[in-house]
Design a protein around this ligand. Sequence first.
Ligand code: HEM
Length: 132
Amino acid sequence: MTSYDLIDAVGGPEVMHELMQTFYDRLFDDLMVGFFFANSDKDALVRSQIAYVHAHLGDRGGDYRGPSIYEAHKHMPILAGHFDRRHQILQDVLAEFDVPEPVQKEWLALDQAMRPMVLRQGREFRRSKGIE
Ligand code: HEM
């Protein structure tokens, strides 16, 4: 896809905020991954995640100043199944908000590319470290 601004592509700042709010509402309430967020500030995460994707997709106009994805997750025992669950919820939300197909693809690919930075336990993690 040619250059585009991510916020414009999803339909403007209000739509982007609603999309991310929906994503985090579902994550916080989810039986498989919700416990990870028990002590998290949802509003801060919504803001941070918008900045993150805006800084990494399309013409990268966003300004993300948070920690690296590795740093933000290194203290959490995230398994492959947790990752996949979060990814499925993201996929559902992007489709429900009618994000243009090519943007959905890039967004989901960025998310998958972060997988090794986020997993901290389990066979997939051990294999990535050459332990198994
Ligand atoms: C590709 C996947 C992921 C991306 C791009 C991502 C991105 C982020 C970002 C940008 C932050 C905020 C950092 C900050 O501003 O301090 C964050 C925090 C967090 N992430 Fe993720 N994340 C991913 C996967 C996951 C997964 C799979 C889980 C758990 C199932 C998870 C749980 C959390 C939690 C609980 C926090 C909040 C930590 C806190 O409140 O201090 N993340 N993530």
